[in-house]
Design a protein around this ligand. Structure first.
Ligand code: MRU
Length: 371
């Protein structure tokens, strides 16, 4: 599969058709590259809930475009549409930030034309900001990797990541892997350890697909191998993304992230969380208040892939009678985090440091969110 990574986007308005939003249907990757047309807010809500698209930043952009589609269908449907979109997935903050931003922009606008034009502007703004902020995260985080490379005398820097917080999880560029990708482009030798990320295997299917198609060295490992790789000196730095960050620097990310940070702390491996400011929920003091999504247990009981004859297949892994639990995220406390990489630079994982980085967003009057 040839991908034009310089112009890559995960969501866009269809060329010549302002009423259709196009997305990459990530359920088909890494085996097929499928583009899906979305023309209604209902379709967008299904695409988010059933994970045709996923990843915090992309869910946010989809929320912005979903609101735009709703306004095309019915200029007075904004509040209902926001509620519908907000009900799809509870953890990632950018979705709620996007619907709140659309509602604020639409307030007071009377004519259908005005409302439609404002909703489109905001949707495009959210998408463009996401891509741009991720690019900046790549540039700031690449400095950390360059320093490690210098310390190692130019030897390969081994980066461990979790789930998929690459370009596919955002509008473009990504967060967790964007510093390593940027460093690779700058001529630094990097190697990624990509864990599978059960149950939906976003690491094995999506992060590996991104790195493979960019020609960046990597190995896929099982989730349980993370601790071993750190304990045996095979990891120089851990970089993950975030779905929601509390104002003290605690953060929610894909289930298994907490264990990775515990192992990193025990092995003295620096571990960073990379995210754009749309991910921060300034209304919550600690990660304990972050809602943790629970998904269908069948995602744990079955695994999906291609059969040896090339057919897409679901395989049951457990006894028919064994129930499963499927928490989609966990919370990593700030005390285990070496630093945060944002679009404005790198800071400590603490309330003071985050406020210092985003003084305008941390003011008490902004500390209200719908979710
Ligand atoms: O359930 P997902 O795939 O939407 O989860 C999001 C993730 O991929 C991760 O938690 C990621 O590391 C942060 S989102 C950019």
């Amino acid at each position: 599969m040839n991908v034009d990574w310089d112009n890559f986007r995960t969501i866009w308005l269809k060329k010549g058709d302002q009423k259709t939003v196009q997305i990459i249907d990530q359920r088909s990757l890494p085996h097929q590259f499928v583009i899906e047309d979305i023309t209604t807010v209902d379709q967008m809500a299904v695409a988010i809930r059933d994970m045709h698209l996923r990843g915090a930043g992309l869910i946010g952009a989809a929320g912005g475009y979903g609101m735009y589609l709703a306004i095309i269908e019915d200029p007075d449907s904004a509040v209902k549409a926001a509620a519908k979109l907000n009900a799809t997935r509870p953890t990632a903050r950018p979705l709620f930030a996007a619907t709140e931003r659309q509602l604020a922009a639409l307030e007071g606008l009377q004519s259908a034309t005005e409302r439609r034009s404002a909703a489109l502007d905001v949707a495009e703004l959210i998408a463009n900001e996401d891509a741009d902020h991720c690019r900046l995260i790549g540039e700031h985080g690449a400095q950390l990797i360059k320093e490690l490379s210098e310390k190692k005398g130019g030897e390969t820097v081994n980066i461990a990541t979790h789930c998929n917080a690459g370009p596919l999880a955002f509008v473009a560029n990504g967060t967790a892997t964007s510093p390593g990708i940027q460093a690779h482009r700058d001529g630094i030798r990097v190697h990624f350890l990509v864990d599978e990320t059960r149950p939906r295997n976003q690491g094995a299917s999506l992060t590996a697909w991104e790195l493979d198609s960019m020609g960046i060295p990597h190995h896929v490992i099982v989730d349980g191998a993370s601790g071993h790789t750190m304990q045996t000196g095979q990891v120089d730095i851990v970089m993950v993304g975030a779905d929601r960050v509390a104002r003290n620097g605690d953060f929610a990310n894909k289930i298994g992230t907490y264990m990775k940070f515990v192992a990193a702390a025990d092995s003295h491996v620096p571990a960073f969380c990379n995210f754009p400011s749309s991910t921060v929920d300034w209304s919550i003091p600690t990660g304990a208040a972050i809602p943790i999504e629970e998904r269908n247990p069948d995602e744990v009981r079955y695994i999906q892939g291609l059969a040896r004859d090339g057919r897409p297949t679901d395989v049951l892994l457990t006894p028919q009678g064994s129930p499963a639990k499927n928490w989609a995220f966990d919370v990593t406390p700030a005390r285990l985090v070496t630093g945060l990489v944002t679009e404005r630079g790198v800071c400590k994982a603490s309330e003071d440091a985050l406020r210092g980085m985003f003084p305008e967003k941390a003011s008490p009057s902004r500390r209200v969110s719908t979710r």
